[in-house]
Design a protein around this ligand. Structure first.
Ligand SMILES: Nc1ncnc2c1ncn2[C@@H]1O[C@H](COP(=O)(O)OP(=O)(O)OP(=O)(O)O)[C@@H](O)[C@H]1O
Ligand SMILES: [Mg+2]
Length: 274
């Protein structure tokens, strides 16, 4: 059962937030071990169309938080609202891109990407056209008749992104979606994701370990600390859009933001070691 929301928390929530995380706590109870408090009193709002990254040390509960927003696990306390409605489970409004979410091994790349639109009742030809458009976006057109087992890890990840985009969720929940890609493909995918975001203005919650990636992509970076996982900082990324990597690398504001967040991360790690 979720604990009731205190009036003060209701007051803090911005009207019309796409995602409102209110006083979320999560305690894992594992037999034979002391209860583990993974998340404690996490609250923040994400505006419709906002791109928010979550960054923090390994084990601070980033994936757990994303699973809770996705409705895949229930919080021990607090509540998540999407467009004002309490999350009771997964829904087509929230598209997960999680590393553990396997593709259907018996379907081709095209079949995997068509699956969502077909489930939503789209005709076969229209679903095929949509899937092909998305496969072209993630540079996998040549591989549409391959099976997942015939692809590299990074290619599978790109199929997973296309598959989620295909059913057009208003919010994307992305857990280190580019973590397994090589450096070049990673920058290509960052640019593609931004192009999609500029076009469709989806709300994005994006978990990453990479400070530069978070700054490059986001409107705001939420930093978490560990033991238990809490929000430690919320940093507005006041850089112009559209973002162009080469220009940003020379932009002193960009450099300042990267340095500031890296310093905060280092401090968080040092505190963890104590
Ligand atoms: N199902 C579970 N049962 C018990 N403990 C869990 C479970 N899932 C996560 N935890 C614990 O909760 C904490 C947060 O885990 P989580 O995977 O959310 O961290 P993370 O920030 O995503 O880490 P990483 O950056 O390494 O992916 C960890 O201490 C982990 O051991
Ligand atoms: Mg994780």
């Amino acid at each position: 059962m979720s604990k009731p929301i205190r009036p003060a928390e209701v007051g803090r929530s911005a009207a019309g937030a796409a995602v409102s995380v209110r006083g979320i706590g999560k305690t894992f109870v594992v037999s034979g071990r002391p209860d583990h408090v993974a998340l404690s009193d996490i609250s923040f709002d994400v505006a419709p169309g906002e791109f928010v990254s979550i960054i923090g040390p390994s084990g601070c509960g980033k994936s757990t938080l994303l699973y809770i927003v996705g409705g895949f696990i229930a919080p021990s306390s607090g509540e998540v609202l999407t467009s004002g409605k309490p999350v009771r489970g997964p829904g087509p409004d929230r598209g997960p891109v999680f590393q553990e979410f396997a593709l259907f091994p018996w379907k081709t790349v095209l079949g995997n990407v068509m699956y969502g639109p077909r489930q939503q009742g789209m005709g076969k030809r229209a679903a095929q056209a949509r899937a092909r458009e998305l496969l072209s976006l993630v540079h996998l057109s040549r591989f549409e008749s391959y099976y997942p087992r015939e692809l590299s890890g990074g290619m599978k990840q790109r199929v997973a992104i296309a598959r989620t985009l295909a059913y057009d969720p208003s919010t994307l929940l992305m857990d280190e979606p580019f973590g397994s890609l090589d450096a070049y493909t990673r920058t290509v995918m960052q640019n593609e994701l931004l192009a999609i975001w500029e076009r469709d203005r989806k709300t994005v919650l994006f978990v990453t370990h990479a400070v530069e990636e978070a700054v490059f992509l986001s409107d705001r970076v939420i930093m978490m600390s560990r033991s238990p996982g809490r929000v430690s900082e919320s940093i507005a990324i006041d850089l112009p859009r559209p973002r162009v990597r080469d220009a940003l690398l020379l932009n002193s504001r960009y450099q300042h933001l990267v340095l500031r967040i890296e310093t905060l991360m280092r401090q968080a790690h040092a505190e963890d070691q104590r």
